[in-house]
Design a binder for this molecule. Structure first.
Ligand code: AMP
Ligand code: ZN
Length: 122
């Protein structure tokens, strides 16, 4: 299948388990930005089975530990774009795990509310 996340190069895999792989985002929002991707081709989070979700979230936890050690961030944003209207461009489910660092933006208040930029700060 012509899907970049179904055809990941082994050299790009940072961590993996039975059902999911983790890679670094090729256009990182911040240093250490990772994507946790199911091994099965699933388009949307809402199409995933409980078993797929179990492997995904287990790997999110492991990636968080890895990033804590390697990058020592001060916080994280965790997010999933579900559907084109929500900004999804790669139609193979992936969880963004984005390390945050004090001072990386002037006022981080609102975090993921920033999907609608003018509504982020409330
Ligand atoms: P989205 O579908 O909006 O959640 O975004 C897809 C994400 O995948 C973006 O953050 C891209 O930078 C990232 N991306 C696209 N192609 C690759 C690739 N070949 N390897 C790693 N990350 C990628
Ligand atoms: Zn795929």
């Amino acid at each position: 299948m012509d899907c970049i996340f179904c055809n990941l190069d082994d050299s790009k895999i940072i961590l993996e388990n039975e059902g999911a792989r983790a890679i670094f985002d090729i256009f990182p929002v911040n240093e250490g930005h990772m994507l946790i991707v199911p091994k099965n081709h699933i388009v949307s989070y809402f199409d995933a089975r409980e078993e797929d979700k179990k492997y995904l979230w287990k790997l999110v936890e492991e990636c968080k530990k890895y990033l804590d050690e390697e990058y020592k961030p001060d916080g994280y944003n965790v997010g999933i774009n579900c559907g084109e209207a929500a900004g999804q461009t790669v139609m193979h489910l992936h969880i963004h795990l984005i390390p945050r660092y004090v001072g990386d933006i002037e006022n981080p208040r609102g975090g993921v509310r920033g999907v609608i930029p003018e509504k982020r700060i409330y």
